[in-house]
Every structure is written in structure tokens, then in C-alpha cells.
Design a protein around this ligand. Structure first.
Ligand code: NCD
Ligand code: ZN
Length: 359
């Protein structure tokens, strides 16, 4: 058995469900789940109710975050048809722009070039544009980024063809980065029969060949981000289950097990989960925000007892060989041996900090 103190994780893709989704998650429960998973900074997605597509909704949500958050939180603005100038004007208070090009949970969607191009023109250059782009839309995102001189970040890459295109774009010198979600690294279509709706998310699980391609091209991946997307078990059991799975609390156990299995080095794990996302997304990470992990002893991820409000995991029953022992935020112990010790408001609001960017 060994213990290590790592920098706190920086997760650039989570759904905190505020405003309008408190039955699924709250700022309090979502950030508690983050700390339990060793995550000290999260960037929250705008597909809320109402969506975060204007300055008023953003500022109200940030005011709520400031009083409730247990870890550091930034919020994305959402691209909609016709709001390019309004969101660009509020960019300073957000952590980035999120563009939904494919179908998923919520109504936020960009369907036409006429709706999309103004965002690439108006959004401040060098600030994150994160795209939900699947298959051909990966090429759309990379092409528009090139034409408009914008950096594009492709969210939750899940398919062999997609990671190959992104690797080729990087080789060609284009300014594109990407993230992969743990469920696309550790689950595949082989798990669908067993998991049912609990294995349904967007993008959907890939084939074992897709999973193998993601592992084979891990050098082209910049970040591992959870796409923590909580929905209740009742919703998941309904005839029209919403897509999405929680992930904040299971990422480190899964990745540390991959380290134990020799599939990943501990140094690379730290780059993918903390230093690179912080450097790309302009997040100044205090050296005293850390996670202590234990590696070696085998245990089973449980069905229940999670901090995330819906209290389930698609990885329940998985044997793992790593766990979070303790999380500290700016030197204060906020998670200690299974116990939450943070007070509401200990988290800070994150915006893009150009000084924290390493290029
Ligand atoms: C997300 C959600 O539930 O908000 N669901 C998902 O399957 N990933 C939306 C998203 O990130 O696409
Ligand atoms: Zn998402």
C-alpha cells in the first residue's frame, strides 16, 4: 500500500443543476461530491432551467454559488441562437462558452451555421469555447476554430474516429484540445445490457474498439473530465430516462486502479486531471488544495452512500484499488476519511485567469 498527496482535481465538465434542477443536485450536494472525489475546482455547465444564456441568469447563479459552494466553481455561458454579443459581453464573469451541437439533456442547441458563426466572431479570443460535438461535428468545430482563429475544446470525446481526427488536427498545429470522460474509458457497449438506463449518456458508450482507441491515443487527450450528470433513480427508471451519469466520486478510484494496472503513470494522471485543465482553462490552483490518496488495497465501489444527491453510480460493484483519504482546500481539511468537514461558502467563484494560463 502507498499514499500520495496530489494536487486537487480540476474538473472542467460537471452539471450542478442550478438553477432549476434541485431535485437532481444542488450547488451544495454537487460540490460535496466533488470534495469526496478529491476535486477542488469544477466548471459547471449551462443546460439548466432556465439555461445560463444571459448575464442575468449567470450573475444570479454566481451569487448563489458564492454562498453555497464547498469547492471552487466556475460557470459556463451557453450559446443560443442570437445571444453571441450578450454572452461575449459577460465573458469575464464566466469560465467559458459551451456550445451544444448534438442532442442531449435540456433544450440548449445550436442547429445552424447562421446561429454558430456569430459566436466564433464575438467570443473573446483565447477564452475557452467548449463544444459538445460528435462525429462530423468534431470537424465542424475544428474548422470554425481555424477560420476564426479561436481555440476549441472538444468535450467528452468517445469514438475512435473522433480521437484520430483530433490527434491529426494537433499534429497539423491547430489549436484544439479535448477531454475524455471516465465512463468512456472504463465502460463500453458490452456493459449496456447490465446497466440499462444507468449506462445511458450523451455521447453514448462506445464499442470496445472505441474504448481501446481512446486509451491508445491518450497522448492526444488534454483532460479527463467527468461530465458528472446526475439524474434521480426514479427518472432513470421512467419510460423516457434522461441521459447522463454521476462521476465525481468514482474518477480517482478508477484512474488509480489504472495506475496500479500499469495503464497510466501517476504523473500522467495528475496532468490529465489537474495541471493541464488548470493551465488551459486559466484556473489558478493553490498549492494547498490537495487530495491524499491511498493505492493498493482492493475494495468495491458501493451502490449507495455517495454525496451526489441521486446517490447511485454506474460503477457500483466495480473492484478498485485506489481511494480518496483526505481533501484540502486552501489548506483547510474539507473531506476527511469519508466525512465532509467543509462549511458552505468555502468555495470561491472561478473566472478565466489569463495569468494562470500556460501555453
Ligand atoms: C448531460 C446532462 O444530463 O445534463 N447528459 C449527458 O448525458 N451527458 C448533458 C450533456 O452533457 O450532454
Ligand atoms: Zn455534460
Amino acid at each position: 500500500m502507498s499514499t500520495h498527496i496530489l494536487p486537487g482535481l480540476v474538473d472542467v465538465h460537471v452539471h450542478l443543476r442550478h438553477p432549476g434542477g434541485a431535485h437532481k443536485e444542488t450547488i451544495r450536494t454537487g460540490t460535496a461530491a466533488a470534495l469526496a472525489g478529491g476535486v477542488t475546482a469544477v466548471l459547471g455547465m449551462p443546460n439548466t432551467q432556465p439555461p445560463i444564456t444571459d448575464a442575468g441568469v449567470l450573475d444570479a447563479a454566481l451569487a448563489h454559488v458564492a454562498t453555497e459552494a464547498l469547492c471552487d466553481v466556475g460557470l459556463y455561458l451557453g450559446a443560443a441562437d442570437g445571444n453571441a454579443h450578450e454572452v461575449a459581453a459577460a465573458a469575464e464573469r464566466a469560465c467559458g462558452l459551451k456550445v451544444y451541437l448534438n442532442d442531449t439533456f435540456g433544450q440548449l442547441r445550436i442547429e445552424t451555421l447562421a446561429a454558430l458563426r456569430p459566436h466564433f466572431e464575438a467570443w473573446p479570443h483565447g477564452r475557452p469555447i467548449v463544444l459538445h460535438a460528435e462525429d462530423l461535428n468534431v470537424a465542424t468545430a475544428i474548422g470554425l476554430g481555424r477560420v476564426h482563429g479561436q481555440w476549441v475544446h472538444i468535450a467528452h470525446v468517445s469514438r475512435a474516429e473522433e480521437i484520430r481526427l483530433i490527434a491529426a488536427a494537433k499534429d497539423a498545429g491547430l489549436h484544439v484540445t479535448c477531454e475524455v470522460a471516465p465512463h468512456h474509458l472504463f465502460l463500453s457497449t458490452d456493459d449496456l445490457a447490465r446497466l440499462g438506463a444507468l449506462g445511458d449518456m450523451r455521447p453514448r458508450l462506445g464499442t470496445p474498439a472505441d474504448v481501446a482507441a481512446l486509451w491508445a491515443h491518450l497522448d492526444a487527450v488534454d483532460c479527463i473530465a467527468t461530465d458528472h450528470a446526475p439524474h434521480t433513480l426514479v427518472e432513470k427508471a421512467s419510460p423516457t430516462p434522461p441521459p447522463g451519469v454521476p462521476g465525481l466520486e468514482t474518477t480517482l478510484p478508477l484512474l488509480l486502479t489504472a495506475v496500479e494496472d500499469g495503464r497510466l503513470s501517476l504523473e500522467r494522471l495528475v496532468e490529465l486531471t489537474s495541471t493541464t485543465p488548470a493551465a488551459r482553462f486559466g484556473i489558478a490552483t493553490p498549492t494547498e488544495s490537495t487530495v491524499e490518496v491511498e493505492v493498493g488495497p482492493e475494495w468495491t465501489l458501493p451502490e449507495r452512500g455517495w454525496q451526489t444527491k441521486p446517490d447511485w453510480s454506474p460503477f457500483a460493484g466495480t473492484r478498485v484499488r485506489g481511494r480518496v483519504v483526505r481533501t484540502t482546500l486552501r489548506g483547510a481539511t474539507v473531506w476527511d476519511e469519508g466525512r465532509l468537514t467543509a462549511a458552505a461558502g468555502t468555495g470561491r467563484v472561478l473566472t478565466f485567469d489569463a495569468a494562470a494560463v500556460a501555453r
